[in-house]
Write a protein that binds this ligand. Sequence first.
Ligand SMILES: [Zn+2]
Length: 426
Amino acid sequence: MCHSGSGCRICEGEMTGRYKGIEKWAAAVLFAAACGLIFTGCDGEDAEKEAQGPVAVENPKPALDIPVIIDIDEDGAGTGKEDKAITVEVSGEETEGEDTSGNTPKEAGDDNETGGKEAGDEGSNEAEDEGSDETGDEDPSEAEEAEDGTGKDGDAEGEEATDDTAPEEAAGPEVVPGSVESVSLNPGWTYADYSAINSGAAKLYRAAGGRKGVVIAVNAGHGTRGGGSVKTYCHPDMSPKVTGGSTGAGAVKATAISGGMSFADGTSEASVTLREAQLLRDRLLAKGYDVLMLRDDADVQLDNIARTIIANNTAACHIALHWDGDGLSYDKGCFYISTPDGIKGMEPVASHWQQHEALGKALISGLASKGCKIYGGGSMNIDLTQTSYSTIPSVDIELGNAASAHDDATLAQLADGLAAGIAGMF
Ligand SMILES: [Zn+2]
């Protein structure tokens, strides 16, 4: 609607004609509204503006909100029930779809910003954050299980079941090794006397050809019958644990080795870690590494400390394979257990924790390079018995949780990732 004075029906007297009936003040209001438009430049500036296109206007003139009551029943404005109060907004600028609420429109993106949280932020490095209580060595959940037999992550049966079920046949190596020999715990080895269960033996596979002369210790987590009912010291200096988990911070002793959790489909973690260890063994033998299988069957009578000490004295690094019993309903992805500051002053951790971190990072980058899902920043701080007794690069790698797929194709992808990570470091 234009009120330029020329050709405008309101200006040229239609006012005088048809609207005489409307009470003066209503007309006056309308007239004032019309005048406001005139003063804001209906004098041909439009053409100019159009030519220039929309310009950012600093401090746009405040909108003029003029209340108007329409006398619907024509018996006088504002007196009749049907009369309608409307607000006529007059602003200097004619803009499309202007928000008439009077609120300034929000900048695009305000509502849909995620606050830039990287995935990593979630994966804070403290175990208790994620309720992850899967620790390769003394699985706190089972530790409590051992204490009160109730089990925390619902795998009490798993442990017991794992112990009682007929041992699964170890799958023979798909890559023919040059030789295989047994390695038992030598009681003279440092910290050997901290172990409670050590009558079993590990198996050392030598590559048949292209030997690199490097032994990789692969530890299929869990799988020691009776392990849940024995305790060992968390630290060689018998100091208390510094991080929580199912076994609270402050505990001096923990389960010698737990039964592990069960996957959502009921499969025991212990059987899957064994399968994964065998797939990784074959890939490493094929690359010329020698492989120390700390468990090569459904059961080996070697607790976590015994496995760690045998690895310390036989291999260049120690990789313990686990899946996390965190109770989540989705696959969390892979991460390694990193060393909490609280034990970095204690030997042998003080001398080796950087090596542990380097190995953890190498494995995570290998897994990522094969498209495996990585959890958070790829690590979580937990005070582990394995770390506390290790004198070589040593890491507990969590390859997922109870919701993770564990078919052979998935396990093969994970084994490729782990082998790539090892190749990056040895
Ligand atoms: Zn485990």
